[in-house]
Design a protein around this ligand. Structure first.
Ligand SMILES: [Zn+2]
Length: 376
């Protein structure tokens, strides 16, 4: 059975991905079907040795035919280095570009201790392939720009070199159409360009580890937004609010609070989602709650933690009979509470100095990879 769903998954690496699309290879109706979710969760963390071990532990009789075929694909790709996306790229240099990343991913995923060496090898291969010398004089940002221009000269759009979580990444797509939006936000509107991308040849390392079942649905730079077209129903609230308003708020905040760091940015954008939503308040809150963790430097889990804690507190103070269950709260109260939190946060940031404030909270947050910081 082929089923297409959209998952919302937040990553806490150097980039923020708004959505992840999940396609194919879903659980079967078959009585003996086993859940693959824990296996896919390990894939998204890059723990491929655990994934291979997990497949080894499964009893053959418990697997459906599709699952048996999927196990073979995992073995083929991650044990034998076969069944690779680059096998299907017709342009020889672009295939080579993808192949360099595949070698790096395989090496770094299977031998995590050797990731630094794998990165050096990747850098050398990219230099040789493109003829762009990435010497001490060239910043990673500049190298990335040159390399992406090199791919574009060959007719392919690409997002290269920056990190998703702990690994360097590679997205390649063929069709890129630009739409201009005026996005309504809480008080302002913001104008942005959205690149609607399609015909992908590479969905990055998470696509690589999940056979494109789960992959990034989009990202933001300080100049524009990028969305994987197939991941969205462009009329849905998920796109209009959780993608456009969320990212639009980042745009606005980049201007008003230029040094603001990840947790604060995400806290604000998630509150804006709750304020601008028409239907999905409870779904969003449930998601934030499930993915909340007070981990310094982990932007999305920490923002979820702070948002849900602060909103619970507001509800206890302002809503009679609130028993801690989000389902018992009306949409109007969720909107009202979220607006109050956003206003309080804005006030605090302004008091700390809009042009220099990094966070309304105590823990300073380090941006690990300068070249990828623009994708926060
Ligand atoms: Zn965000």
């Amino acid at each position: 059975m082929n089923q297409k769903t959209i998952l919302k998954i937040y990553l806490c690496g150097a980039w923020v991905f708004a959505l992840m699309a999940a396609t194919g290879a879903c659980a079967q109706d078959h009585a003996t079907s086993i859940s693959l979710e824990s296996m896919y969760a390990k894939c998204l963390q890059g723990q491929m040795n655990d994934v291979l071990e997990w497949w080894d532990q499964q009893d053959h009789d418990d697997l459906t035919d599709d699952q048996i075929a999927l196990r073979k694909r995992y073995e083929s790709r991650f044990v034998n280095g076969k069944d690779l996306p680059s096998d299907h790229i017709s342009h020889p240099e672009i295939a080579q570009l993808q192949r360099s990343f595949e070698r790096y991913w395989l090496s770094a995923l299977i031998h995590p201790d050797e990731v630094d060496q794998a990165e050096r090898t990747l850098a050398k291969e990219l230099e040789t392939l493109s003829g762009i010398e990435h010497g001490a004089q060239m910043s990673p940002d500049t190298f990335k720009v040159h390399l992406e221009a090199w791919a574009l000269d060959r007719g392919y759009h690409a997002l290269l070199v920056g990190k998703t979580a702990h690994l360097r990444d590679c997205f390649i797509w063929k069709v890129d159409s630009v739409a201009r939006y005026t996005i309504p936000l809480v008080q302002d509107t913001v104008m942005v360009e959205v690149h609607l991308m399609s015909d992908f040849l590479s969905f990055g390392w998470m696509g690589f580890t999940t056979f494109d079942r789960t992959h990034a649905g989009g990202w933001a730079t300080r100049e524009a937004l990028f969305a994987v077209k197939e991941s969205y129903d462009l009329e849905s609230e998920s796109y209009q609010v959780s993608y456009l308003c969320h990212e639009g708020q980042h745009f606005l905040d980049y201007q008003h609070f230029p040094r603001l760091t990840g947790t604060d940015l995400e806290y604000r954008a998630k509150l804006v989602e709750l304020i601008m939503a028409q239907e999905r308040h409870h779904i969003l809150l449930q998601h934030f709650q499930t993915h909340a963790a007070d981990l310094p430097g982990q932007h999305h889990p920490r923002a979820n933690f702070l948002l849900t804690t602060h909103l619970q507190q507001w509800m206890r103070e302002q809503v009679a009979d609130f028993d801690g269950d989000w389902n018992s709260v009306s949409k109007a109260d969720i909107r009202k509470g979220s607006l109050a939190l956003l206003k309080a946060h804005t006030k605090l940031l302004n008091a700390l100095g809009a042009d220099r404030v990094e966070s309304a909270w105590d823990i300073p947050e380090k941006v690990e990879d300068k070249s990828a910081a623009q994708h926060e």
